[in-house]
Design a protein around this ligand. Structure first.
Ligand SMILES: [Zn+2]
Length: 506
């Protein structure tokens, strides 16, 4: 045989696309020509494949070899094509029968020693192979549990190219990989650990129930990070479809733990303010990696010391958060990732960050204003909830010593409130109050005028913008769902207003 074909999968964002690998051998000056938009890493594949074949005990053919990757117009990135290239070369040179590879999908990078190395993006690749009707996929042993999350395709795990050759030649067939039981998820941080901070606890509960973005201010040590870390635990666990979606993002990002290959809980991503745009949004050379924003899809993106983030970075977050997806453009192509994340910003009230709060602040009024104004603008305008936390000693004193409610208790209320909202919103394609467009809010679910008096007064005296008014309504609906009411009353409007018009808010 001089012509052989097999299959692999290329990735665009979190979507896999089948790539046909064809190898043609001809007489002539020995050389290898690779066609079909390979990137630099794929071009180096030829050297890895050559060394791996030799080290697997086979011979790399001394012929003129043309390797085609199609569809030709799709950019091919990364090292995951190695194994398919090797299999096609071996089939074209009759080391293994051609029919053993022509319907097979192979994923994996080859080491020069012939080992099969793990790659990023195995889950979306295997999903694509299954959807395209393929029956079998060979994956690196390191990715086998992840691949086996897809039930509708037989997963064969390989540690070395020699194993793959023995399988294809019929000497020692690989057996179907069966995924072990998923280990129990590690315990999430519990709200029961947070002493005092009644207003902060209330804010994360409301944020969880309505899907609202949240802005926490307060002196260092007030518990801003503790509260933010406990928000994912209040959100409902991911259903199967959502779990696969989030897992696929982490798979492409290379942040999936091998021992727990399925993300079942909303994630918590907390990039540092020195993080680059690429690590926050996504990018990198070669295969585009999703950033913290995308890894927080269906979870929480926490920006601590938010005023320290470069303004350009914060402004860049606004559109993707609103659209629920982000497209990253690179010379090698572009990739779109979902990023329906809940945002939590935290800030000290001023640059001196005095732990004792305002009493010990040494900043001038101008310094304080300048610091707070760093966060003003379009991003802050999208945040429904703004809460100012008192210093923790004062807070503990104010709240007394009653044992704090645990995550399990609060999550129960959140689930009930979400169910009420989902029922009201059924048929609209929306699921939480924070997503309701302003027009629908005012027309379809109008709150009786008498209950609105406080908010209307705030609007008249300019303390509230029209957009802000809508945000108060959204939060009031969430408070009403939490309280088991059918429509917000004056109390819910007043509390929602209080969570909007905070002292420190810009
Ligand atoms: Zn200060």
């Amino acid at each position: 045989m001089t012509l052989a074909r097999t299959w692999s999968v290329g990735l665009a964002g979190v979507h896999g696309a089948m790539v046909e690998v064809e190898v043609d051998m001809a007489a002539g000056v020995p050389q290898v020509v690779l066609v079909g938009l390979p990137d630099a890493v794929v071009r180096q594949s030829v050297d890895r494949v050559r060394a791996a074949i030799v080290n697997a005990g086979a011979t790399f053919p001394h012929r003129r070899i043309t390797i085609g990757l199609s569809p030709a117009a799709m950019p091919k990135q990364g090292s995951g094509f190695d194994l398919a290239l090797a299999a096609a070369v071996l089939a074209a040179s009759d080391v293994v029968p051609g029919h053993s590879v022509d319907r097979l999908v192979l994923l994996g990078e080859l080491g020069l020693d012939g080992s099969v190395r793990g790659i990023r993006g195995v889950l979306p690749a295997v999903l694509a192979a299954a959807r395209a009707g393929h029956r079998q996929v060979v994956v690196p042993a390191a990715n086998a549990d992840e691949a086996a999350l897809v039930d509708s395709i037989e997963v064969l795990a390989a540690k070395t190219l020699a194993e793959v050759v023995a399988h294809l030649a019929g000497r020692a067939p690989l057996t179907r990989h069966v995924r072990g039981p998923l280990p129990p998820a590690p315990p999430a941080p519990d709200l029961g650990d947070v002493v005092g901070q009644a207003s902060g606890r209330r804010a994360v509960e409301v944020a969880a129930a309505g899907g609202h973005h949240l802005f926490l201010t307060g002196p260092p040590g007030a518990g801003k990070t503790m509260l933010a870390e406990r928000l994912p635990g209040l959100l409902p666990p991911l259903d199967e479809e959502a779990a696969l979606e989030v897992t696929a993002i982490h798979s492409v990002a290379g942040t999936l733990p091998a021992e727990a290959p399925l993300v079942r809980r909303p994630t918590f991503e907390a990039p540092h303010h020195s993080a680059t745009m690429a690590s926050l949004i996504g990018g990198g050379s070669g295969q585009i990696r999703p950033g913290a924003l995308c890894r927080a899809h269906r979870g929480v993106l926490f920006l601590d010391e938010a005023p320290e983030f470069p303004r350009a970075v914060l402004d860049t977050l606004r559109q993707p958060l609103e659209r629920g997806s982000v497209t990253i453009h690179r010379a090698a192509g572009s990739a779109t990732f979902p990023c329906r994340a809940q945002l939590v910003l935290a800030a000290n009230p001023c640059p001196c960050a005095s732990a004792a709060g305002d009493a010990a602040c040494t900043c001038s009024a101008l310094e304080r204003r300048r610091y707070q104004s760093r966060l003003s603008g379009p991003l802050l305008d999208r945040i429904d909830l703004r809460v100012d936390l008192p210093p923790v000693t004062r807070a503990a004193w104010l709240d007394g010593v009653a044992p704090p409610e645990t995550t399990a208790v609060v999550a129960g209320r959140v689930a009930a409130a979400r169910a009420a909202a989902a029922e009201r919103l059924s048929g609209t394609g929306l699921s939480v109050n924070s997503q309701i467009p302003g027009r629908l809010l005012r027309e379809r679910w109008a709150v009786p005028r008498p209950s609105l008096r406080l908010a209307e007064r705030a609007l008249e005296r300019g303390a509230l913008s029209v957009r802000g008014f809508d945000r108060v309504l959204r939060v009031a609906w969430t408070l009403s769902d939490l309280a088991g009411r059918t429509v917000p009353g004056a109390d819910e409007i007043a509390e929602a207003l209080g969570m909007r018009l905070q002292r420190v808010a810009a």
